[in-house]
Design a protein. Structure first.
Lengths: 504, 641
């Protein structure tokens, strides 16, 4: 049944293409219908799932001569991310309800991206996974280049180039694994059993891991992320930070680590160091940004560092923390981008913190202010929100594996508090400055701008905010909802290789 | 159903109240206040019921919250003498302050929001008190930080309030970083987070070489929350919040959480760790008392006094006398809440004037406020037989037994305490009224000189008057508690828990004279310190128009008035360095990674493209030549080798 998440998304693309031109209202309804249907399928699949199993969703021969199959399956990790994708997809559409410019194409690209993401999370055939991975890259470029802002061509091109470099590295690694194993299969379950020679693993692992980690925003390959996020329209930033970065992290876990456990063992310290640099560095850079959206963009780099760190701790607490952090960050980053991009930027037409400071936005848009304060609290990793449990697990895992790095990570969390509070205060609670005497001729303009700022927060925005905050709260208050699914999946044969190199 | 289950209600009622107020009743002041006050008063009554029918014995209730592999975390309630007594303080003193707030905040536009935050705070604080494991405590620890942030920054339009809130939060998080690392050490070494389990196992031995470090890291949490040196800088700034907040959070409960935590996990501290703890406490006590001597803002004097008293408590714990620390915490909660509420009563009467040198002669205008404030002052100064005497004596006695140097320091602080408190009383309440109508000039400059002076002038022309009943009654109740708090068996209760073997006084008379029998040196030194402090204050301030100390002490006085320049030092070092690193990171991102690396790749691609373009000459002969060359090379490879 889970396969329908993919099909529904692409059916939605098809449906949108059939719509007449210029009917934005119909386009967003079709998109919403398809995203909600996808979410419902994901939720149903999640409820029916028996913890610990690997559920085969579809398995058909595709290119028999090469042993490539159309093989969709799910374990606890992929299911969690499928659920995240469903939520992020619905949230993104809610926050782009006001798109009028070429709405049909926008939502078509959007759903194609979603379909690709669902596909990646469900593929257990590596070739299929790669195909979906590429499918997900293309729409990103167009969404940013057409509907974006602030150096959009540059951001889009940078994002696409980084993605393609990463996927080229992955492709080389995958082909090499296929050839070396000689098993005539791309099935990850089969390949995971194959003992690749140590010397091969030592060079194939970094190739594939880094290839994927580029998309997860690993320092120093992260620079596509802030520029890309900033250039993208709101819904696309939400998806980029919310799910696309998770594609990378998921690939690291599912492909690089599963196939080449000995490679991981050889490289884990290096990766952990890069991850921690990412955490602290991202937070530091976020602290001095002048553009509101860049603050969130760099915070994503910092938070994704936790995911990478959790992955390489080689203990189940750290691993499950990493997966939970993927989910948590997907929700919280989506919310932050929604506030900045949709609620604030589209009303004030500026993201300069120094300008926003003078607008006293807490009076003009209290709902946005409250939402951002809550989202900020979640982002800081305060208890009660999903981020706390996730980051705590990563911290415990890291403490067992790399105590020194865990301490530095703690400092990173502290800086996280600083930049979030700074952003909250500057953007919403700035002192209302004395306005200069209004010049007569632009009076009309000022009035217009004023009206726009005071435009009420619409119903879709409210629903979206409540949906995302609620999710983060529910998971934060009772994390077992996800952990009871994530944790048993580490007992599956997929993780045998990692257990051999010391996964506890 | 057992009576203990009621504790769940005590814990969750305030959360419920906060939730309902935020979601539904923000516009209805009366309902919001009723909900919030109702929740905490009910909590107090239920706690009394739990104690009445269930006794003080240790017991635990819990449900599993998180279970991943070896990490098992419960959400539980740990009830014993320590937590039940603390529960009484939080709900009891909290009730008085909630009721007082109803009067104090009456005209504030954010009235409902205020009560929602207060209830949220109460919930978090109760969570700390009841936590049965480290992680749960840490969770509520953070929540307390958040609600404190919301309450300090309650008047967020004032930049000073917003900054103070931010400072408090970040400083607390700095301490919490140590706390969580300490928890991690304990968890990885001992495999459990539950207090009961940890206490019954021999934790110090199991931790081995990490024991002292682990203990000190946990202590970092207390340094942050209880505002101990060197993280004390946030507490005085936190006075930007409304006065009831200062009373509830920054005097009676939240800042006491650090001390409470130290007592709760007392079993993990090694002797070395305890020595460090006692000295940190002692230094804080002395430093803060010195600073308090030269402050002029009534709330700041009380804030530094709180710091100083917290230092006492921490010192007590460090001197292996957690029961003395808890005893002082309890009595301090009574009289410091009283003092803050009294200060609040003065502040509203004077329309938000906080400078004691602009007060004076308030005794006649506000008799109830004055007399209750006097009771609080005497209790804080440690006058027999008020509560403060007994609890301070317990700490001094412990110091006298264990560490003579700290004992002397403690006595000196006691003298300073009396001195700065009576300075406040003499200047603000006794003597002549200093306030008068300032001349209002109608020249343009004066108007431009700002609203501020105008407002001040208007403010000063009001006649101060006694506050309404809803403000005064909490003062009276707290005054009674401050008087009798020392002799109602609190000491024996805590003593019975931490030192079950030692003898503890029972009966009113026995308690009254116990200090003089048990440790006469400490008791008499304490009283002597009071006499010295009172005499000095009377001599200097009884009829002073201005502060004579700056002339007499010179630079020292300036240093005291400027809080020994801690803020300036932090500003110049930590914050500057941090900003510089952040700026460097940004620069690296912009120029090295973005500019250089990407530039290199782009430039490289560009160059390769240009180079390759040269090959595409468009000249047929060249192509044919290259083609033949290629064929020749291939043939040579295939045949020649």
């Amino acid at each position: 049944m889970l396969a329908w998440t993919v099909y529904i998304s692409f059916l939605g693309v098809l449906g949108l293409m059939l719509l007449p031109k210029g009917n934005a209202s119909a386009a967003r309804k079709v998109a919403m219908l398809s995203a909600v249907a996808g979410l419902l399928v994901a939720v149903a699949g999640f409820i029916q799932f028996k913890a610990g199993e690997i559920l085969t969703v579809a398995k058909l021969p595709w290119v028999p001569s090469l042993g490539i199959e159309y093989h969709l399956a799910a374990d606890g990790v992929s299911l969690t991310l499928v659920l995240l994708t469903g939520l992020a997809a619905v949230g993104g559409i809610l926050f782009s309800w006001n798109i009028e410019h070429r709405a049909k194409e926008f939502f078509a690209f959007y759903l194609a991206l979603i379909g690709g993401v669902y596909g990646v999370f469900l593929s257990f055939d590596l070739f299929l996974l790669f195909v979906f991975y590429e499918i997900a890259i293309v729409p990103k470029y167009f969404i940013i280049a057409i509907w974006g802002s602030t150096r959009k061509e540059y951001g889009a091109m940078k994002l696409a180039l980084y993605s393609f470099v990463g996927s080229a590295m992955v492709l080389i690694g995958l082909i090499a694994a296929y050839v070396v194993s000689g098993a005539q299969t791309m099935n990850v379950l089969e390949l995971a059993k194959h003992p690749f020679p140590h010397s091969f693993q030592v060079w194939a692992f970094p190739l594939v891991f880094v290839g994927f980690a580029i998309l997860a925003g690993m320092w120093p390959f992260h620079t596509w992320a802030p520029t890309g996020h900033v250039a993208a329209p709101t819904a696309a930033s939400m998806l980029l930070a919310g799910v696309v970065m998770k594609l990378g992290a998921y690939g690291c876990l599912r492909v690089a680590m599963t196939l080449f456990p000995e490679g991981l063992e050889a490289w884990k310290t290096w990766i952990a160091v890069l991850a921690v640099i990412g955490i602290v560095y991202g937070a530091m850079v976020a602290l001095v940004q002048k553009d509101f959206k860049f603050v969130i963009g760099y915070s994503s780099v910092s938070h994704m560092g936790f995911v990478l760190l959790g992955l390489v701790t080689l203990n189940t607490i750290g691993l499950s923390g990493a997966v939970l952090q993927m989910f948590s960050h997907g929700i919280i980053a989506g919310l932050l981008f929604a506030v900045v991009g949709r609620m604030v930027y589209e009303r004030t037409h500026t993201r300069e913190l120094s300008v926003l400071e003078g607008m006293n936005l807490v009076k003009a848009m209290p709902f946005a202010a409250v939402t951002f304060v809550i989202a900020g609290a979640a982002s800081m990793g305060l208890p009660g929100f999903s981020g706390f449990v996730a980051e705590l697990q990563v911290l415990i895992g890291a403490w067992k594996a790399f105590p020194t790095l865990a301490v530095i990570t703690g400092v990173g969390i502290l800086i996280g508090v600083a930049y979030t509070l700074r952003a909250i205060q500057q953007a919403f609670f700035g002192e209302a400055k004395e306005r200069g005497a209004p010049v007569p001729h632009d009076d009309e303009e000022t009035k217009h701008a004023e009206q726009e700022i005071r435009a009420p927060i619409t119903i879709p925005e409210r629903i979206g905010a409540v949906l995302l905050i609620g999710t983060s709260l529910v998971i934060g208050l009772y994390p077992r909802i996800l952990l009871d699914v994530i944790f048993p999946s580490f007992n599956s044969p997929l993780f045998d290789g990692l257990r051999r190199v010391g996964l506890q | 159903m057992k009576v203990e289950a009621l504790t769940w209600l005590v814990l969750f009622l305030p959360l419920l109240a906060a939730g309902i107020i935020t979601l539904f009743t923000l516009r209805n002041k009366a309902v919001s206040a009723t909900l919030s006050i109702g929740a905490i008063v009910t909590g107090f009554v239920l706690t009394l019921a739990v104690i009445k029918f269930g006794g003080w014995d240790a017991r635990e209730l819990s449900v599993n919250w998180l279970s991943i592999g070896s990490l098992n975390v419960d959400f539980g309630l740990k009830l014993d003498a320590l937590s039940l007594m603390m529960l009484l303080i939080v709900t009891g003193v909290g009730s008085a302050i909630h009721i007082y707030s109803y009067g104090y905040m009456r005209d504030d536009p954010g009235f409902s929001r205020f009560f929602a935050c207060m209830s949220l705070f109460t919930f978090s604080m109760l969570g700390i008190v009841l936590a049965n494991n480290f992680l749960q405590m840490f969770i509520f620890w953070e929540l307390v930080g958040v609600s404190s942030y919301l309450l300090i920054g309650f008047w967020f339009e004032k930049p000073s309030a917003a900054d103070a809130a931010k400072k408090a939060f970040i400083t607390n998080r700095l301490g919490d970083l140590g706390f969580i690392l300490g928890i991690l050490i304990i968890f990885t070494a001992l495999g459990s987070l539950n207090f009961t389990v940890l206490e019954s196992g021999n934790s110090i031995a199991a931790l081995g070489g990490m024991a002292t470090l682990g203990g000190l890291l946990v202590f970092c949490g207390a340094i942050g929350k209880s505002a101990q040196f060197p993280l004390h800088v946030w507490l005085p700034d936190a006075m930007e919040g409304p006065t009831p907040v200062s009373a509830l959070i920054h005097a009676a409960t939240m800042v006491a959480a650090g001390v409470y935590m130290l007592c709760r996990v007392f079993f993990i501290f090694t002797p070395d760790a305890l020595t460090v703890i006692s000295w940190i406490g002692g230094i804080t006590a002395l430093l803060a008392a010195l600073i308090a001597v030269q402050q002029n803002d009534i709330k700041r004097i009380l804030a530094y006094s709180t710091l100083s008293q917290l230092g006492y408590m921490v010192m007590g714990v460090g001197l292996t006398a957690p029961e003395a620390g808890m005893f002082h915490l309890t009595t301090h909660a009574f009289f410091k809440a009283l003092l803050f509420l009294g200060a609040g009563s003065v502040i509203i009467a004077l329309h938000h004037e906080q400078d004691i040198w602009k007060m004076g002669g308030l005794r006649k205008k506000m008799p109830v406020t004055f007399w209750t404030f006097m009771v609080g002052t005497l209790a804080l100064a440690g006058v027999w037989p008020l509560s403060g005497f007994f609890s301070k004596d317990a700490i001094l006695a412990a110091a006298h037994e264990n560490n003579l140097l700290l004992f002397i320091l403690g006595v000196a602080v006691a003298a300073l305490t009396t001195f700065y408190m009576f300075r406040l009383v003499f200047v603000a309440f006794l003597g002549d009224r200093r306030t008068g109508v300032a001349p209002v000039s109608d020249s343009k400059e004066a108007a431009q000189a700002g609203d501020e002076s105008m407002r001040q002038a208007r403010r000063l022309s009001y006649e101060p008057h006694e506050s309404p009943g809803v403000v005064i009654w909490p003062l009276r109740i707290l005054a009674v508690a401050s008087v009798v708090g020392g002799v109602i068996g609190i000491e024996a209760l805590f003593g019975g828990m931490f030192k079950p073997d030692a003898a503890h006084p029972h009966g009113l008379l026995a308690q009254l004279v116990y200090p003089f029998q048990h440790a006469p040196v400490a008791a008499l030194s304490g009283l002597a310190a009071f006499a010295v402090g009172l005499f000095a204050a009377w001599k200097l301030y009884a009829n002073a128009k201005t502060d004579p100390l700056p002339d007499k002490l010179g630079a020292l006085s300036r240093a005291m008035a400027n809080r020994f320049y801690f803020d300036e030092i932090y500003e110049a070092t930590v914050i500057r360095i941090h900003d510089a690193i952040a700026a460097i990171a940004d620069w690296i991102d912009r120029w090295i990674i973005e500019g250089f690396c990407i530039g290199l790749v782009r430039g490289g691609t560009d160059l390769t493209g240009r180079a390759l373009r040269l090959v595409q000459t468009g000249n047929l002969q060249t192509y044919a030549f290259l083609f033949v060359l290629g064929v020749a090379v291939v043939l040579w490879f295939v045949l020649g080798k």
